[in-house]
Structure formats: structure tokens, C-alpha cells
Design a protein around this ligand. Structure first.
Ligand SMILES: [Ca+2]
Ligand SMILES: [Ca+2]
Ligand SMILES: [Ca+2]
Length: 503
């Protein structure tokens, strides 16, 4: 921005009055949030939320070819992140981290029963007792069989670990059903006819309600249930990789449309039957649709999470929204990490929507600062849980500044911090609490932070950059002054561990 004179006067600690945290950095003290609505977050489901169970299972099977697992094994060699079916944390991890200060934690091999004989493979494994357990497996169905634990198997193991009693203060997050649909409308192999599929999907919905009912009877009282994704959108339906769903009868387009139709049937059953019935049992249930909710005429009556984040993805990738919506298969890399699963960026964006919905807060998606508006930028990294990086800027009273701390939600780069946290101390060392509307730790895109405030006095302000919970990763901070004022000067102090660029 023209008219701003920057002078970088040094690095390291500074003499700002009342600011004893000038050089920040390197104090690992991850703490759960001081006030959390939930005492824990327990996850059940499939590859969208798996935190490493399917990978553990694939490695245990050893001789079993990985392709026998419906999803394939999410190994690090293929770019998957710590057993997730994506390149960083999932939305379940990020919601769990909000409430417990930790991402979701896999439980394999606890409770896993070898399917041929029904014998537990790790009978002496201690019962996991943490408040962030994840029982989900990639490839899992609500009702299906096979070597992958379905919902019954997952709840059986969970019940054993909890000695039959669930924490009434915990949140139970459930994402399931996509694989039940995929089995009925696979990309290759026999497609199940509509009447049979309807019966099977009704049984899946009934099974889901049955398990939730048992969980409620055992003390569970808070649930967040995601609707089904539109399974027909997954690029795998383009089996010949030509970027087009071939329209010949019975071929790719037919299968994808059938998968969309079956997804919608199960989604409707969950929303219209399972959720109200669970509420009638006394449970507090938050339902977050992933795909659009349609009426009988096919009109959208509620946008699903994917449609709500597509404008962001379109903006970030410089694609017209309509073009992206109409040609998702061609632009699949904007949404999908592999040919089935979303990117970690999509997970972060969706996670922030789920979190805002749970909190009953407005979901604020402030766009990043335009590059020509940025007056200064820092890049840094939270390398250990609990680390805080501090940057000091000298501001003049009356000037209005926006600072944004960007991570996975905006940058979408492997290794990006998935939930940045930023605090600003005034020249007296007091945390600023008065920000303009639209400011907050998650007010940027997804979980990225965006704070706009007017400097109440002239002097050195400390920007304290950290992560929510125990996350680590890379970030950038940008600052922009609302209106250029001739003659404004700005001093920057940066701790040694960070890079500084001034633009
Ligand atoms: Ca094709
Ligand atoms: Ca946001
Ligand atoms: Ca945040």
C-alpha cells in the first residue's frame, strides 16, 4: 500500500512497556479450552473421519492386498496424513481439537475382531479411556459385513471400552452411510435396483437409529450427525479417467446418478426419521447436511456443506462458481485429494461450518486480504504443541488495522496449520478484546483468524500467533491498514524463529 513507510528496527525482544512476551516461541503447554461445551468428542463412522484405524487394520493384515480394503490403505507414501484419508486433519479431528485440545485419536487394534473366527486380535490391549477416541474405519458401512468394522462393531468396541456407560457431557460425532450407498451403486460391478436399494437404505437408517438409541440409553446425550455426501460426485465414477461421465446406458453417468439418488434417499431418511427419533429419545442432535437438501421437486431447500464452501474454493482457485459447480469432475483437485476423499482444505472449511453450527454461531467466512492491500506479512510455524510466536508492530493511535493468520483453510498447502489462533496485545500488554464485527479466531476462511481493530493508543502492539489445541503447522500473517495515512511509520520486531517479509 502506498504511503506507508516501514522501518525494520531489529529482531528479538523489544522494549515495549508492559510487554514481557516480546520474543515468544517454544513454550509447549497445550491446554484444552478453558470452557468447553463438551467434555469429550467421540467419533464413529467411515473414511471421511477415520484417524488411522483402517491403516492399522491394513498393516495388521499384512499379506492382504491393500486393494481388498474398499478404500485402499492411506499410507504416508501416497501422501496421506497419519492414517487419515486426506492430506492433513479431518473435520472430526478439528472439531475434536476445539473441544478437547487434541485431534481425534484412533483406537486400533483395540476391540478388533478377526472376522473368520470372531476373535479379538488384541485381547490384552488396555481399554482406551481418552476423551477424543475415534472408532471409525475407512470403508465402514452402517450394516455391511467384511473385515471392516461396521457401526455395530464400532459401537460394540466402544461400549466395552466405556464399560457400558457413556459420558453425558461428551459429543458423539457420526458420519456414516456413504459406503452403504456405494455398495448399492458401485463404480464397477452390479448396481442394485431401486426397490431393493430403498429397502436396504431403510434398514441402514433403522440400524443407525437403533445404535443411537442404545447409546442414549447408556448415557450419551449430545450428537452431531452429518448427512450423506453426494456419493455420485466422487471422481471414481469416471472409471476410464477421461474427465467425463460417459453417458452410454448403464455406464458411468448412470451409475453416478444412481449413487446420487441413493445418497439422497439415505440422507432424507437420516434427516427425517433418525434425527427426529433420536431427539424424541431426549438426545440433543445437531444435523449438518453435506449435500444439498432437496424438496420433492428437486429444489434446494437447504444448502449442504459442499455447496456452502464451493464459493470459497471457486474464489481461491480463480474459477467462476457456476463453472466449478457444473464441472466438478474436471476441477476435481479443488475438492478431492484422491478420487474419493476431500482435501484437508475442504475438511477444514467444512469443520468450521460444523463447529459454528454446534456453537449456534454465525459461520463467518471473511475473505483473505487482497494482495495489493497487504502492508506487511510474516511467515512462521508452530512446531510444537503450545508454541506461541510473537511479532511486534508499532501502530499509531486511531489507525484501523486488519491482521489475518492464514493456515490450511485458506492456503490449502500440506503442512499448513489447520486452526490458527491469534491474539493482539496493546502497548500496555493487555489483550485487545474490542474488534470490529466479522473479527474472530475463525472469522477468516474456515478456521483461519481475522481481526480488525482501531489502535487505541500509539505504541508497540504484540501479535501472538499460536494454534488452537495441540495442532502444529505453518502459517502466514498479513496486516493491512484500512486507509493509508501519509507519514505513518511502522516498526517491526520479529522473533528469531520466524521469517519476515515486508510488502
Ligand atoms: Ca469417463
Ligand atoms: Ca471462518
Ligand atoms: Ca482459528
Amino acid at each position: 500500500m502506498a504511503g506507508i513507510r516501514l522501518s525494520i528496527t531489529g529482531a528479538g525482544s523489544n522494549g515495549a512497556p508492559g510487554n514481557g512476551n516480546g520474543n515468544g516461541g517454544g513454550k509447549p503447554s497445550p491446554t484444552p479450552p478453558a470452557t468447553s461445551r463438551f467434555s469429550g468428542v467421540i467419533t464413529l463412522g467411515d473414511s471421511l473421519i477415520d484417524a488411522g484405524n483402517a491403516l492399522g487394520l491394513a498393516e495388521w493384515y499384512d499379506g492382504l492386498p491393500f486393494q481388498d480394503l474398499p478404500e485402499g490403505a492411506p499410507t504416508a507414501e501416497l501422501g496421506y496424513f497419519e492414517g487419515r484419508f486426506t492430506n492433513c486433519y479431518t473435520y472430526a479431528d478439528l472439531v475434536t481439537n476445539k473441544y478437547t485440545g487434541k485431534p481425534s485419536q484412533s483406537i486400533f487394534p483395540y476391540g478388533y475382531e478377526e472376522p473368520t473366527f470372531g476373535i479379538r486380535i488384541a485381547p490384552f490391549e488396555p481399554e482406551p479411556k481418552d476423551n477424543n477416541l475415534n472408532w471409525g474405519y475407512g470403508g465402514a458401512q452402517i450394516r455391511g459385513g467384511g473385515p471392516i468394522p461396521n457401526l455395530y462393531d464400532q459401537t460394540d468396541a466402544m461400549r466395552d471400552a466405556a464399560d457400558g456407560k457413556y459420558d453425558p457431557g461428551a459429543l458423539f460425532l457420526i458420519t456414516m452411510g456413504g459406503n452403504d450407498v456405494r455398495e448399492l451403486a458401485p463404480a464397477t460391478g452390479a448396481v442394485t435396483d431401486a426397490a431393493t436399494a430403498a429397502t436396504r437404505l431403510q434398514k441402514a437408517a433403522d440400524a443407525l437409529l437403533g445404535e443411537i438409541g442404545e447409546m442414549v440409553a447408556r448415557g450419551a446425550s449430545h450428537f452431531v450427525i452429518t448427512g450423506l455426501p453426494d456419493v455420485g460426485l466422487i471422481p471414481r465414477y469416471d472409471t476410464d479417467f477421461d474427465g467425463v461421465l460417459d453417458p452410454t446406458p448403464g455406464s458411468e453417468l448412470d451409475r453416478a446418478r444412481t449413487a446420487t439418488q441413493y445418497s439422497q434417499i439415505l440422507d432424507d431418511l437420516i434427516r427425517e426419521q433418525v434425527v427426529p427419533a433420536a431427539r424424541a429419545l431426549g438426545a440433543e442432535v445437531t444435523y449438518v447436511p453435506l449435500a444439498d437438501v432437496l424438496d420433492d421437486q428437486g429444489n434446494v431447500i437447504e444448502q449442504g456443506a459442499l455447496d456452502r464452501i464451493l464459493p470459497t474454493l471457486a474464489d481461491l482457485h480463480g474459477i467462476a462458481l457456476q463453472d466449478l459447480q457444473d464441472n466438478l469432475l474436471q476441477y476435481q483437485d479443488t475438492v478431492f485429494f484422491d478420487r474419493i476423499h476431500p482435501t484437508a482444505q475442504v475438511h477444514a472449511l467444512v469443520g468450521s461450518l460444523i463447529h459454528a453450527t454446534l456453537e449456534g454461531m454465525e459461520w463467518i467466512e471473511g475473505r483473505p486480504l487482497a494482495s495489493d492491500a497487504i502492508d506487511l506479512s510474516f511467515a512462521g510455524s508452530i512446531d510444537t504443541a503450545g508454541e506461541v510466536d510473537t511479532f511486534t508492530v508499532s501502530l499509531r493511535r486511531g489507525d484501523t488495522w486488519t491482521f489475518e493468520m492464514l493456515g490450511m483453510s485458506t492456503l490449502g498447502i500440506d503442512g499448513s496449520l489447520a486452526d490458527p489462533l491469534m491474539e493482539i496485545l496493546d502497548p500496555r500488554g493487555k489483550a485487545i478484546s474490542e474488534f470490529q464485527p466479522g473479527s474472530g479466531e475463525d472469522s477468516g476462511l474456515g478456521f483461519d483468524a481475522l481481526l480488525t481493530f482501531t489502535a487505541g493508543r500509539s505504541g508497540d502492539y504484540a501479535i501472538r500467533a499460536s494454534a488452537t489445541g495441540s495442532l502444529t503447522g505453518d502459517y502466514v500473517i498479513h496486516g493491512a491498514m484500512a486507509e493509508p495515512v501519509a507519514g505513518t511509520s511502522l516498526r517491526l520486531f520479529v522473533n528469531d524463529s520466524s521469517l519476515l517479509t515486508v510488502g
